[in-house]
Every structure is written in C-alpha cells, then in structure tokens.
Ligand binder design. Sequence first.
Ligand SMILES: NC(=O)c1ccc[n+]([C@@H]2O[C@H](COP(=O)([O-])OP(=O)(O)OC[C@H]3O[C@@H](n4cnc5c(N)ncnc54)[C@H](OP(=O)(O)O)[C@@H]3O)[C@@H](O)[C@H]2O)c1
Length: 303
Amino acid sequence: MRVLITGGSGFVGRRLCERLLARGDRVDVVSRSPSKAARTLPGECQVRDSAMGSIETPPEAIVNLAGESIAGKRWSETQKKRLLASRVEATTTLVEFCRAIEKTGKPLPTVMVSGSAMGYYGDQGSRVVDEQTPPHAEFAHRLCAQWEAAAEPVTALGVRLALLRTGLVLDADGGTLAKMLPPFKFGLGGRFGDGRQFMPWVHRDDLVEAILYLIDQPSLEGPFNGSAPHPVTNAEFTRTLARQLHRPALFPVPAFALKAGLGEMSRLLLTGADMRPARLQGAGFDFRYPTLEDALKEILADA
Ligand SMILES: NC(=O)c1ccc[n+]([C@@H]2O[C@H](COP(=O)([O-])OP(=O)(O)OC[C@H]3O[C@@H](n4cnc5c(N)ncnc54)[C@H](OP(=O)(O)O)[C@@H]3O)[C@@H](O)[C@H]2O)c1
C-alpha cells in the first residue's frame, strides 16, 4: 500500500515511516523542508513539499501528523494562532488533495488517520475519560476540536476518517521524556505542582502500531484515544521514572513557578485527563506496553 504522511519527519512520523517500510508499504512524506527531512528518513521514502506532488500515484492511506510543536514556545496570542493555523491548514490541504484526486478519476485514499491529542478533553481532574466524555472548554480543547473539524470533510468524499487523540508519546530520543531524562538522571527530578494531575502516556511503538491498526481495520472510524490502558498521575510518573533510573526524585516544581515561567502553557504540566483507550481496546487492539513500568523498562534499556 502507498501511504502519504504529513509531519513524517517528526518524532512519531519517523518511526511510522520505518515501520511502514518494514512491512513493505511505500511511503510519501510531505515536509516543509524536503531535503532536511530526507536526511533523517530512510532513503526509500519519497519526500516532497506538497501532497499534490503525489497526485499521479495517489496514496491508499493518509496519516496527518503535521503541526507546530505544542510545547516549543510560550502560548502568546500569536503562538496560539500558529499552533492552530499550522494544523488546520495542513489538514485542509489534505482535504483539497482528496478533492483533486477525485477530479482525476483515480481512486481516492480509503482512509485518513488524522492527528488530535488528549488536550481535546481539557482538564478533567480525576474523572475517567473515554471518547464519549464531554470536553472542558479551554485552549487545548479548541485547538484539537478545530484540528478534528478540519479533517471531517473527507468523509463526504467517502474517505474513512479516524481521529487519534494522542497522549504523551514516550521514547528516549524525543518528545517529553528526552527533556525529562537529564534532570532525573542527575537526581534532580520531581513532580509538577501537587502531582495529582493525570498524564496519559503511550510508548511510541504502541502509538505507531495503533496507527497501522486504524489504517488496516476497515470498520474503524471516528475518535480514538491513543494512550496506554494504565494512565498515571504526574506523581506516579515521577516515582516510576526515578525508581527505574535508581535515583531519588526530591525536587518538586511548585505550580506557581511553572505558571510564572510558562504562563498558560503550564496547563500542559499541571492539568490532565485520566484518558483510557476505550475504543481501541474495544476494537481488539493489544498494547505491547500497557503499564508505565513495561514501557520505561524497554525505553531505558538502551538510553
Ligand atoms: N509527541 C507527543 O507526545 C504528542 C502528544 C499528543 C499529540 N501529538 C501530536 O502528534 C503529532 C506528531 O507528534 P510528533 O511528536 O511527531 O511531532 P513533531 O516531532 O513536532 O513533528 C511534527 C512535524 O510537523 C511539521 N511541522 C512543524 N511545525 C509545523 C508548522 N508550523 N506547520 C506545518 N508543519 C509543521 C514538521 O515537519 P517538517 O518540518 O518536515 O515540515 C514536524 O516534523 C503532532 O501534531 C503533535 O502535536 C504529539
């Protein structure tokens, strides 16, 4: 199968490309900087600056992961617009790409797996959250809701749409864990605020397998929580990481310091949702790393 990926040069996308190639699929990556992206991707990937470059040989599946980094910069009004616009524009371009394929008379992709995030639900306190849980209104929710809504029009073209509300993706060479490891390795780690906020997490390999599952299973559509079945609070995450590194975690970061330093973006660290992958599990998807102990053991073995 030919699969087109936006954001294929990213932390999740790179592993997805490797996995697709390993199972014999062909991979087209859309990147803002094709030559830079090509240097980090396997040589078999076709890297282009626009999805339209694939119009002659349309993909059978699309995976949409592109977006400005959510934790890269403080959430000023300008940065919030950038976070939103980067996702909505990348997604809308894919819808237009599908319309353009339809006009050529060539077969449309059968499925689009489009990114979203746990932020869809906003701050949920200690409530157990599945795909039916009503969201809490805040910026993260608006961002994810608009990102999801931008993908919705592909369904009118007959393209199956699966929306992946991803939790914190864990692996050693990127994402949040790569930032947390140095202080924790020096015994300088600690919980954020009171540590009671939930951190739904997922091993990067499980997330990639979930994307393949959503591509392959023809009946799966709508929103899917992309996080492991056993989420933990920030305090449990901190304890588990410190224990696996054989280090203490004695340096909590007070909520007021995070709020002062990060502004509204501190909500990424101080709030969360006890998000469960109800629909993925209901559809028969098996997590290779269901507990944080399992995931960190595998990740830290080579770190
Ligand atoms: N990692 C996590 O813990 C996590 C959790 C929840 C949700 N997500 C979401 O899942 C998606 C993939 O995550 P990831 O960790 O792989 O992200 P990532 O490493 O930041 O990669 C995202 C890719 O999007 C492209 N991109 C960056 N800024 C952009 C912009 N302003 N406009 C258009 N494209 C832009 C980049 O590709 P080029 O430079 O090649 O164009 C980049 O490689 C992201 O949308 C992310 O928000 C991730």
